[in-house]
Unconditional design. Sequence first.
Length: 742
Amino acid sequence: MNLSDNARKVLEKRYFAKDEAGRLLEDADGMFRRVAQAVAQADAPYAAASELQAIEQEFYEMMSSLEFLPNSPTLMNAGRPLGQLSACFVLPVEDTMEGIFETLKNAALIHKSGGGTGFSFSRLRPKGAAVNSTGGVASGPVSFMKVFNAATEAVKQGGTRRGANMGILRVDHPDIMEFITAKKDNADITNFNISVGLTEEFMAAAAENRDYALVDPHCKAAVGKLNAREVLDVIVDMAWSNGEPGIIFLDRLNQENATPELGEFESTNPCGEQPLLPYESCNLGSINLSLMVKNAGNGPEVDFERMGAVVKKAVHFLDNVIDVNQYPLPEIEQTTKGTRKIGLGVMGWADLLCQLNIPYNSPEALALAKQVMGFIRAEARKTSMELAEQKGVFPHFEKSVYQQQGMRLRNATTTTIAPTGTLSIIAGVSSGIEPLFALSYIRNVMDNEELVETNPLFRQVALQNGFYTEELMRTIAAKGTIKGMAEIPEALQGVFVTAHDISPEWHVRMQAAFQKYTDNAVSKTVNLSSRATREDVKAVFDLAQATGCKGVTIYRDGSRDLQVLNIGKVNGKEPSARDSAPAQPSQAVFAPRPRPEVTTGFTEKVKIGCGTIFITVNYDQHGICEVFTNTGRAGGCPSQSEATARLVSIALRSGMDANAIIDQLKGIRCHSTIRQKDLKVLSCPDAIGKVIERVLKFQNGERADNNAVSPAVIEACPECGRAVEHEGGCVICRSCGFSKCS
């Protein structure tokens, strides 16, 4: 089994069965055996014992070879007491207090079981509307979304997996403007992704710069109007500054609803790729495209024969998951088994392109995307029809579009492109259909140890072409791209492109290419550079609509760190005389700016008089913004050093000159250092001051002394402090497996 050290670490932390003391009860082989055996049991009514063993072995080999992996809850829970195997669910939010809090209870049960939830708040009456039963007024969708957020936080604090939510509001809801700006402060509604449900009428009105009606969902009457273009501009502005909200095209989702008689799509799962009816769940899995390559006479090419065999086994596997699943609610079990939806997708797409020497941002790549996904959907439907012959069609088949088409399927849907952040770590490949995020990066660990990690395919090519050196890999890690590097052949520069080398147009066109042959939807992040404009974001939205995407999520590099620190030009406006007038000293009140979600920094291990202390100094684009300390096993005064670090952090984010802080800290002596030799610091505060000074020198381009650690990877994971990537409509850390969406 070809697992990387990082994959094993993630599996040990998040996937393997453990006893009550946290000791591992299985390894990777045992996990795959457990899952294969549990999922194969769905065939017991249809197969003899020997056939059942063969099916189990087939499932095991498919997973252990990393050709296919199911969604995380299946790997974690199959064959174990919890037994909840679905990734995500959609729950209805009814316009009654009883209905709202019944849904809240159900969501808590789902989060406890390890699933994520999607909600549409569009049925709730707007803020200020009359509530006849109490004589009061409604508080509106956003207020209840905050209640759901708080409940998720409580469950998250008490559990081992994070609850993830999607909140959606129709663009014609009267409270739409409050919803669009609900996450203007990153400290609000932290456990939700949010998306605006756009209609064709709204998009037409925006194109024509005219008003559209706002409709009270309770009385179904028009209660106001807004200019569509102005509303879209606010959506664009928020997405540019914060990455949210995303957008989904509700009418397009429902045009491709396989069971329209059962209801309309109102919401999706937390990453946007799986539109579901209320009480439906999604059961997902991904084929590893990086393994679907064979060497032919003319060079490498896609191995469609192998791919077809994996598709057949994967569809069989996912269909079985529906039957062996232990659902958190009876309504979910009934609805899920009624439509038997599965979502087979892919990962390792960028790796496949690199092996075929095809640039991600090329017409050839788009054509291959359609060919590959078209093949997968055709083979998936073929297998679903074979399963229907053996086990029967899905119960609501007569209410589906397939009855008129004469296509007898076991599953109402078969394909989805889901984010595969943690799964792709296990498989050691690129995530979903995303481009490569980085070719080389530096991973910092404690004790001044620094590791350079390079994409395996790029490393192999670099070695074959004779240009691999660790120094060059460090340069690539610092630069973030190989574009324009004379040491690297120009042809390879075109093939090994990263997310930020690729223009937004190609991101969208790739998403659209896969969407063309995907039953459900495609999860992808359009990564924009920090220099991208609001017009660039608007162009992404327009192109997503024009090319047939069902929704789109964007992330502009560094946007969530953005804080306005200085009085001056803001949004193109000159400061007024009042704004620019200096405040009187007696009236000046300073408050620290909010802590950025993502920072870059140094960590240094320092020997002090009573042991060791680890000091982390982080900065963003505005300068040094925080200090953390952590004492070793036999070290320091934890409370004193933490207090020092907190006060320093507040002072830095309040705009105080770092040099003034350094001057105050350096030179403070602790009695424990007086008689010890070879110490380079006088105390914990002295150590903190010196590390801050080294970081400041690094930022100013000065050479720091040899004790300083090199800069850490960009954008820190909240669990391990290492790099995170925005991909697949989600956020993933490839070091520890943290995912915002699970």
